[in-house]
Design a protein around this ligand. Structure first.
Ligand SMILES: NC(=O)c1ccc[n+]([C@@H]2O[C@H](COP(=O)([O-])OP(=O)(O)OC[C@H]3O[C@@H](n4cnc5c(N)ncnc54)[C@H](O)[C@@H]3O)[C@@H](O)[C@H]2O)c1
Length: 444
């Protein structure tokens, strides 16, 4: 049955289902509190725990990690916040199962290495918990499908915590897209371009795996075994909102091409010497991976993945339509009908101020000091408010699966010699009739 649906959906040309998207209920229930467990208190989980403890509508009831140092960090934060009534799960890799089985939790937030996301999210949904998962929500296509199907079967929502959807300029651009400044959208670009050779923590260290610390313990291994865009969601999440993906539009095909891999090897040789054992490691992940998507409405999207070469950080956003263009790297926009000088860029910042999103206007002070320029406040806020109101989160399981699936599809395309692959429709046709929902209110 399951396979039938997957096969049908993958080969379907997009017949619309008659069912519209779940309507959001906008009502305030400020007296409600959300009882949460946190799984994974590494670099990311530590910051998230701080934000959870800052809220007056969240009770942290359980923390879980396999690293004693991480647990100590968690305990310290909870102590400082005066929280005493919480469980600690730190004995073994599958201790998370005891967390999700607790009957005094509404939700769990998962901030562990990628390979743990799907197993943990699935267990949590099956135990009747609302689930928030760090990016990406899954590694394989099978996992993406299983998350969608399990969310449908259990009626438990699963939200991927894609914080960049809430970046202030990104939300202003979303307003501008919806106000028609760009005209009809034609093309978008995005990516994850971030020199992560620091992932070999304590740079200029050259260790990864069990000998390393932080994300180098697990993340670098993906560069050894995989060749594809392994981290697409910071870019494709916002772009999907611009393009109404799964809300009237959808991705149809994907092609991916990888360059040769040199960056990590060179880093090891430079900092550890040609005799270092890691100098013999063969890295599979091309240093620059370029992915092209086509959309049902005729737009194209280019996604870049570039984490193993020296470079300044950039998410590479570009939005282009019949009336104008935004280029994030240039911090510039151009609108044929509005820009003062033809063919000349103008600064994007005044537009950000003019089209500032209602959420940002409302919560600027709450977001102050939250990670990544404040956007981390919004993504947690969105999840917590959805749980309180018992409404679908603004990034639902279909978006989470779609955005994460880019990785596995990109690996497939590269393995096939850059051949196009069909993008699965996780919504089973509902993409055509689902109503737009992201960023519509000033509440969450
Ligand atoms: N949205 C963002 O801006 C952002 C930023 C950084 C990281 N992330 C994501 O957050 C996640 C965590 O990344 P990180 O940088 O914090 O990595 P990290 O290695 O610093 O932290 C991961 C933690 O998970 C723990 N862990 C591993 N296996 C576990 C298990 N079976 N049970 C319980 N705990 C386990 C580790 O001990 C570690 O403390 C990743 O998915 C990453 O992609 C997102």
């Amino acid at each position: 049955m399951t396979l039938d649906r997957r096969t049908f959906v993958q080969s379907s040309t997009g017949v619309a289902a008659a069912v519209a998207g779940f309507p959001y209920v906008r009502r305030r229930q400020d007296d409600r509190r959300v009882r949460m467990g946190l799984i994974g208190i590494g670099d990311r989980g530590t910051g998230t725990l701080r934000l959870m403890l800052r809220r007056d509508d969240v009770d942290v009831r359980a923390i879980c990690d396999i690293d004693p140092e991480a647990i100590a960090r968690g305990r310290e934060q909870l102590d400082e916040a005066g929280v005493t009534d919480y469980g600690v799960y730190d004995q073994q890799e599958d201790d998370f199962r005891r967390v999700v089985e607790r009957d005094d939790l509404d939700a769990v937030l998962i901030a562990t290495p990628w390979e743990w996301h799907a197993p943990m999210a699935l267990a949590a949904m099956r135990s009747g918990k609302w689930v928030a998962v760090e990016v990406p929500v899954a590694v394989t296509l099978e996992e993406c499908w299983e998350l969608v199907e399990t969310s449908e079967e259990t009626s438990m929502p699963c939200m991927m915590m894609e914080n960049v959807c809430y970046r202030r300029d990104v939300m202003a651009m979303l307003n501008m897209v919806r106000d028609g400044l760009f005209g009809e959208l034609i093309h978008a670009q995005c990516g994850y371009q971030h020199d992560l050779r620091f992932g070999f923590k304590f740079r200029p260290g050259v260790e990864f795996g069990p000998n390393a610390s932080g994300p180098a313990r697990w993340r670098t291994q993906h560069s050894v075994t995989r060749n594809g865009d392994v981290y697409p969601t910071h870019g494709i999440g916002p772009v999907s909102n611009f393009l109404d993906i799964n809300r009237g539009n959808r991705f149809v095909t994907l092609t991916s091409t990888a360059s040769k891999a040199r960056g990590l090897h060179q880093h090891i040789v430079e900092h550890g010497g040609a005799d270092h054992p890691n100098a013999n490691v063969e890295f599979k992940l091309g240093d620059v991976v370029t992915t092209v998507l086509s959309c049902a409405r005729g737009e194209t999207v280019v996604i870049m993945h570039d984490t193993n070469l020296p470079r300044p950080y950039s998410l590479n956003f570009r939005v282009q339509g019949t009336k104008g263009i935004w280029m994030d790297d240039l911090r510039s926009v151009y609108f044929e009908e509005r820009s003062a000088r033809p063919h000349r860029w103008e600064e994007a910042r005044p537009y950000q101020d003019e089209f500032d999103h209602a959420l940002w206007k409302r919560y600027t002070s709450d977001a102050e000091g939250a990670g990544h320029g404040g956007m981390d406040f919004f993504v947690l806020h969105a999840f917590v408010e959805s749980v309180k109101r018992r409404v679908p989160p603004p990034i639902d399981v279909y978006q989470s699966a779609t955005w994460s699936a880019v990785s596995a599809l990109s690996e497939q395309s590269i393995a096939l010699g850059n051949h196009p692959v069909v993008f699965p429709d996780f919504t089973a046709g509902k993409w055509a009739t689902n109503a737009r929902d992201f960023g519509l209110s000033d509440e969450f």
